[in-house]
Design a protein around this ligand. Structure first.
Ligand code: AMP
Length: 588
C-alpha cells in the first residue's frame, strides 16, 4: 500500500512539469509502484476527483468553508487565514503553510486508500448539518496529514488540482508502464472508449494486462464514448468511400445517451443510486457526449418505459426542443437553459424535448457494439413504440450520390442542419475514428467560406480600448487542440453582438488565471493576452477561410472569424483538433 504522502510527492513533481513526455514518464513510474488494489483510486485522485467523470459526486464545499476548515484545523483566526489566502491566492498552499507553522500536530502515516475513504465520506455527507460535518471531517484529515499532502487534499476538495493532464495521458502512461513506449495505447484506448471509467481500465490492465481488457463490452450504467462524425466534401466522395449508406437528418440539439432498464431485472446497475430517474417500474440514466450524467436535467425521460419494448437498452439520441403548438423544432439555444438546475422543471414545461433516437448499443443484456448498423436498426425498430418522447430518426438507405444530394437539400429546406451519413455494414465505433459516420453540410460551403465551423477554446482576453471596454474585454484569443495542449489560431476582436460580449465576460469571469495555464502550448509574444483563461469555455467559430500563419502556434489562422455560439455541451478536450483544421483547410 502506498502512503498518501508518497502520492503527494508525485503530485508535486507532476505539478512542476509542463512537458507531456515527462508527465507521462512520471505517471508510468507512479503506476508501476502502485498496487492493483489502489491504482483506480490513484487515477481518480490524480485527476482531482473521487469517481469516474460520469459520476456526479462533488465535494460541495465553497472556498469560504475551506477557509474555516484551515482555521479550525490549525487553531487560527478565520481572518488570518483569509488574509494569507488573499496574499498567495491558493488555499492549498495556505493549508501547507499553516501546517508547517503548527508542526506540533502529529502526522499520521495514512495510506492512499485511507485518505480516499475519508475524502469520500466527506463528499457523501448530505442532509441537515452536512456542511458542518464536512468541515469537521476535512479539518481532522488536514490535522493528520503532512503539509504537502494537505496542500493537495485542499486542491482536490476545491476542484483545483489541475495537474495538466486528462484521461488520455493516463492511457499513454499505462502503456509506458509496461513497455516504456506508447505502443499499447491504441489497444488500451479501445477498451476505454467502451468503458469510460479510467480507474477500472487501469485496474484491469495493471492486474491482467491486455488480456484483461479484451473482455470489455458495453455495460448498463456506464456511458460509452459516443461515435462522432468525420467530414467529407461531396456526396460522390462519400459513396465512393462508404458504399451503401444510411442517411439521416442532422438534428441540431444535444447528444444524449440513454440507459434504460426495467426494474426487477437481476442485472446489477453500475453507478450511484441517487443520480437516476426512478419510476416504480423502470430506471433511466442519461449522459452527454462529454460523459456527464444529466438524468435529472431531462425529466421527460422518466416516462419512456411506456415506449420501450425491451428489458433493458442503451440508446443514442439527439435531444431537441419541440414546440408542441406549431410542431416545429426549436433552436439549440433554447434547451441549453437547463444547465441551471433550478430552471429544469420550468423549462421542461415551456420547451418539452423530444429525443430523436438514431442508434441502439445494448439490448436485453447484450452489447450491440460489434453488430452491423442494419441489424442494430432492426432491433431499434422493434424496441420503441410510438412517438411521444422518443422518436425514431427518419432515414433512407442509398448508394446513389444524387439521391444523397437530394435528400440533403430537402433536409436543409426543412430547416435542419444537414445530414449524417453512416456506412450500413459497420459496427458502432466509439469516438472519432474511421469513416463510419460522416457529416454533410455541403450547402454552407458555397455560401459562407469554410465547409464547417471550428470549436475553439478561449485561451485569454485583451482589455482593449474604446467602446468595448464597457464589456470588460476588447478581444480574445482562441485555440484548437494539439494533443492535450491548445495552440492559438485566431485573435477575435469583432463579429460579436453586444449581448455576446457581455455573455463572454460573464462566462470567463471565474476562469481567470494569473499565469499561462499549463494546458497552453507556446503563444507568440505579440499575442500574449492581458488575462489568461483556464481552458473551460468552448466557442463555435465560423470563418471565411484558413491561411498559413507565422505567429499563431497552430501554424494556421482564421480569416474573418466570427462567434456563432457558445458550446456549453463541449469540453475543451473535445474542441477541434489541429488535424481536423488541416482537413477542413484542405477542403477549401
Ligand atoms: P458535430 O458535433 O458537428 O461533429 O456533429 C455530430 C453530432 O451531430 C453528434 O454528436 C450528434 O449530437 C448530432 N447528430 C444529430 N443528428 C444525428 C444523427 N442522425 N446521427 C448522429 N449524430 C447526429
Amino acid at each position: 500500500m502506498m502512503t498518501f504522502s508518497r502520492l503527494s510527492n508525485y503530485f508535486d513533481r507532476l505539478d512542476q512539469t509542463a512537458s507531456r513526455n515527462e508527465i507521462t514518464r512520471i505517471l508510468a513510474d507512479l503506476f508501476q509502484k502502485t498496487s492493483d488494489h489502489e491504482i483506480d483510486l490513484v487515477c481518480y485522485l490524480s485527476l482531482g476527483r473521487l469517481v469516474p467523470l460520469y459520476e456526479p459526486l462533488e465535494f460541495q464545499l465553497a472556498e469560504k468553508m475551506v477557509v474555516r476548515v484551515i482555521a479550525s484545523a490549525f487553531h487560527e483566526e478565520v481572518r488570518t487565514v483569509q488574509k494569507t489566502y488573499k496574499r498567495i491566492g491558493d488555499l492549498g498552499a495556505v493549508a501547507e503553510k499553516f501546517k508547517v507553522k503548527n508542526s506540533k500536530f502529529k502526522v499520521q502515516k495514512l495510506t492512499v486508500t485511507e485518505v480516499y475513504r475519508r475524502l469520500r465520506n466527506i463528499a457523501e455527507e448530505s442532509g441537515e448539518g452536512s456542511q458542518q460535518r464536512k468541515v469537521d471531517g476535512l479539518a481532522r484529515l488536514l490535522k493528520d496529514l503532512d503539509s504537502l499532502s494537505g496542500k493537495y487534499v485542499v486542491r482536490i476538495v476545491l476542484g483545483r488540482l489541475r495537474l495538466g493532464f486528462s484521461d488520455a495521458t493516463i492511457l499513454d502512461a499505462l502503456s509506458f508502464m509496461r513497455l516504456k513506449s506508447k505502443e499499447l495505447r491504441p489497444q488500451i484506448e479501445k477498451a476505454y472508449l467502451v468503458r469510460t471509467d479510467i480507474g477500472a481500465i487501469a485496474k484491469l490492465f495493471k492486474s491482467q494486462g491486455l488480456r484483461g481488457l479484451r473482455g470489455i463490452t458495453a455495460s448498463l450504467g456506464v456511458p460509452i464514448m459516443p461515435a462522432l462524425c468525420q467530414r467529407l466534401k461531396s456526396a460522390d466522395e462519400m459513396i465512393n468511400k462508404m458504399g451503401k449508406v444510411v442517411v439521416e437528418p442532422k438534428y441540431d440539439g444535444q447528444r444524449v445517451q440513454i440507459h434504460y432498464r426495467k426494474l426487477k431485472t437481476p442485472r446489477r446497475w453500475a453507478g450511484r443510486q441517487n443520480s437516476k430517474l426512478k419510476g416504480d417500474e423502470w430506471q433511466v440514466r442519461a449522459f452527454t457526449r462529454n460523459l456527464e450524467e444529466v438524468s435529472l436535467m431531462f425529466p421527460e425521460l422518466s416516462s419512456i418505459g411506456k415506449q420501450i419494448q425491451a428489458r433493458d437498452v442503451i440508446l443514442d439520441s439527439e435531444a431537441v426542443g419541440f414546440d408542441s403548438t406549431t410542431g416545429k423544432i426549436l433552436p439549440f439555444q433554447e434547451i441549453i437553459t437547463r444547465k441551471r438546475k433550478h430552471a429544469v422543471s420550468a423549462a421542461a414545461k415551456k420547451v418539452p424535448l423530444r429525443f430523436f433516437v438514431f442508434d441502439i448499443l445494448y439490448h436485453n443484456g447484450r452489447s450491440l457494439l460489434s453488430v452491423p448498423l442494419h441489424e442494430r436498426e432492426k432491433l431499434l425498430e422493434q424496441s420503441i413504440r410510438g412517438e411521444t418522447v422518443l422518436v425514431k430518426a427518419k432515414r433512407i438507405v442509398t448508394d446513389i450520390p444524387q439521391v444523397l444530394r437530394d435528400y440533403h437539400r430537402q433536409e436543409l429546406e426543412a430547416g435542419l442542419e444537414g445530414v449524417v451519413v453512416k456506412r450500413l455494414s459497420d459496427p458502432y465505433i466509439p469516438g472519432r475514428r474511421g469513416w463510419s459516420w460522416v457529416k454533410f453540410k455541403e450547402a454552407e460551403e458555397s455560401a459562407a467560406g469554410l465547409s464547417d465551423t471550428l470549436d475553439c477554446v478561449v485561451m485569454g482576453y485583451y482589455k482593449g480600448r474604446g467602446k468595448r471596454t464597457a464589456f470588460g474585454l476588447g478581444g480574445f484569443l482562441v485555440g484548437v487542440r494539439k494533443g492535450e495542449q491548445y495552440v492559438s489560431i485566431s485573435k477575435i476582436g469583432t463579429g460579436l453582438t453586444d449581448v455576446q460580449w457581455r455573455e463572454m465576460k460573464m462566462r470567463i469571469k471565474h476562469q481567470e488565471s494569473r499565469e499561462k495555464p499549463k494546458a497552453y502550448a507556446q503563444v507568440h509574444k505579440t499575442l500574449v493576452p492581458d488575462v489568461w483563461i483556464e481552458p473551460s469555455l468552448v466557442t463555435e467559430i465560423a470563418a471565411d477561410n484558413i491561411t498559413r500563419s507565422p505567429v499563431h502556434s497552430a501554424g494556421l489562422a482564421l480569416r474573418f472569424p466570427r462567434l456563432v455560439r457558445f458550446r456549453d455541451d463541449k469540453l475543451p478536450s473535445q474542441a477541434t483538433t489541429i488535424r481536423e483544421v488541416k482537413r477542413i483547410s484542405s477542403l477549401q
